[in-house]
Design a protein around this ligand. Structure first.
Ligand SMILES: O=P(O)(O)OC[C@H]1O[C@H](O)[C@H](O)[C@@H](O)[C@@H]1O
Length: 526
């Protein structure tokens, strides 16, 4: 199937995307999907009817639709860990039964949401001024990204996020907090993660050193309720979730508590409801009109077919500044796999390298490479129709103009003639030729644009769910397990063996020459 697509790609080599608009007046509408006031425009790509049909055929052959049902129905599609994948149950606000091994998980999910809301209301009405979320990976990136994104809705305590085992992270954060009015939220699915446990202990010591009680100052968010209890957190302050919630899919449940504390239970519910709306669309819409499916297929056309191995995510929405980092975990930890479900090597690229920064900042940094570098980087732009600052509308208009200008520039480029004409007054002869060449933009570079009305909680929920389902579709087509992450284990194991060598408790015997040299240099310079 990849061969057919590669043949289609070869037949289109050199074809100008901008010419496609001249040939088909309806192109923009035909290669776009609008759902509930959110528009995904993928017309500035090489997709045409034939390519679209071939991509849909790939999705059909991979059984995307039945696999999608299997996910929503609680089948253990995380085959290497024998787990269901049911983050969708966390936002299933109408409570329709979701069965795992015949038992409905919804009463427990909604019961936990209710407890979270009670605690959030209690804390938001208390003397607590600062909340420090201690967690890493999925227990940090989601709530942090969401809390920043929803700043205009922030009416609760200040929320801080400590993740790194580098003591600089917690030290810099605690300096801004007062022991008597600070609450620590220990977020860890496993409650064994070394970074989180080390930071949690440091927070505990900080309170004790200040002569402050630790009672009522800690909340745990974890699947491992036994460990949380052993750690000294009372049961009523522990919020559990099941193993069918992957870490990088967990911001919809207890791991979202810090975000709920910041914006309040009502806004958190609106976030969940946005996710639920995207779930319904994903489950019901035909593949060719399905936003997550098309987002995935356009991405696969670029990565697996055309070989563009990175993808830039460029939100023209400053409050989505952590979205690229969030998506790096969501996409790269999920689909950065080299073997199929059956354990065979992949014959095409795994998921792409995802990177990005908000616009317009990126324009003044790395867009040079996107426009004139030798590699093609498909870009995913996103922008809101409206900003949250009515008195700064002129800022928003400039933001939108820049976003649209970038995708237009990437597609159109600037030919040598045009470049020459632009500087003909300043140069002539060979120098004109030389200077003009530096000002040529090859163009024909693909991009997609996602437009939404306003970055509110519901829209954020829809955007996050959109990307989650995109990852799912890509994983099904690649026939990989998007829900495990064995690739993070080896480094963790080696860190455990290296730790006593760093402290000097053990010698570095048996390590390679480079590691020994680095250790020696570090120890000499402590
Ligand atoms: O929530 P935790 O159990 O502390 O895990 C935190 C993170 O660390 C792991 O290494 C995984 O790679 C991530 O998927 C996870 O989100």
């Amino acid at each position: 199937m990849w061969d057919d697509l590669k043949r289609l790609a070869a037949a289109r080599e050199g074809r100008r995307i901008d010419a496609l608009f001249a040939q088909d007046a309806d192109r923009a509408a035909s290669f776009s999907i609008e759902v509930d006031g959110m528009l995904f425009d993928f017309s500035k790509t090489q997709l045409d009817d034939e390519v679209l049909a071939a991509l849909i055929a790939v999705a059909d052959a991979a059984k995307v639709a039945p696999r999608r049902e299997a996910m929503f129905e609680g089948v253990r599609i995380n085959e290497t860990e024998g787990r269901a994948v049911l983050h969708t149950a966390l936002r299933n606000l109408d409570g329709a039964p979701v069965l795992v091994d015949g038992a409905d998980v919804m009463p427990a999910v909604l019961g936990t949401l209710d407890r979270m809301e009670k605690l959030a209301n209690e804390i938001r009405g208390s003397a607590i001024t600062d909340v420090v979320n201690i967690g890493i990976g999925g227990s940090d990136l989601g709530p942090k990204m969401g809390t920043i994104a929803l700043a205009p809705f922030h009416d609760g305590p200040r929320c801080h996020f400590v993740s790194n085992v580098d003591g600089a992270d917690i030290a810099d954060t605690l300096r801004r907090c007062t022991p008597a009015t600070t609450l620590f939220v220990i977020a860890s699915k496993t409650f064994t993660t070394i970074e989180t446990m080390t930071n949690a202990r440091t927070a505990w010591d900080w309170l004790e050193a200040a002569g402050e009680t630790t009672d009522g100052k800690f909340v745990a968010l974890s699947s491992n309720q036994t460990r949380a209890a052993e750690w000294g957190i009372p049961a009523e302050r522990v919020f559990g979730f099941e193993d069918w919630v992957g870490g990088r899919y967990s911001m919809w449940g207890p791991i979202g508590l810090s975000m709920m504390l910041a914006v309040g239970p009502g806004n958190f519910r609106a976030f969940l409801s946005g996710g639920m709306k995207m779930d319904r669309h994903f489950r019901d819409a035909p593949l060719a009109r399905n936003m997550p499916v098309m987002l995935a297929l356009v991405g696969m056309w670029h990565n697996q077919v055309l070989g563009y191995s990175t993808r830039a995510v460029l939100p023209y929405d400053n409050r989505l500044e952590r979205l690229p980092a969030y998506l790096q975990q969501l996409e790269m930890e999920s689909n950065g796999k080299g073997v199929s479900m059956e354990g065979a090597g992949l014959t095409v690229n795994s998921g792409p390298v995802v990177w990005g920064e908000p616009g317009t900042n990126g324009q003044h940094a790395f867009y040079q490479l996107i426009h004139q570098g030798t590699r093609v980087v498909p870009c995913e732009f996103m922008v809101a129709a409206r900003g949250h600052e009515p008195s700064l509308r002129h800022h928003h208009e400039l933001l939108v103009a820049n976003c649209l200008a970038q995708s237009e520039a990437l597609m159109r480029g600037r030919a040598l003639d045009e470049a020459r004409a632009g500087i003909a007054d300043a140069f002539n002869g060979d120098e004109l030729e030389r200077q003009a060449r530096h000002r040529v933009f090859p163009g024909n570079r693909p991009s997609t644009t996602l437009v939404y009305k306003l970055l509110d909680p519901e829209t954020l929920g829809r955007i996050v769910a959109l990307y989650e389902h995109r990852v799912f579709v890509e994983g099904v087509i690649l026939n990989i397990n998007s829900y495990d992450q064995w690739g993070v284990e080896l480094g963790k194991e080696l860190a455990t063996t290296l730790h006593p060598m760093v402290t000097g408790a053990e010698t570095a015997e048996g390590k390679d020459g480079s590691t020994r040299q680095l250790l020696t240099f570090l120890q000499r310079n402590v």
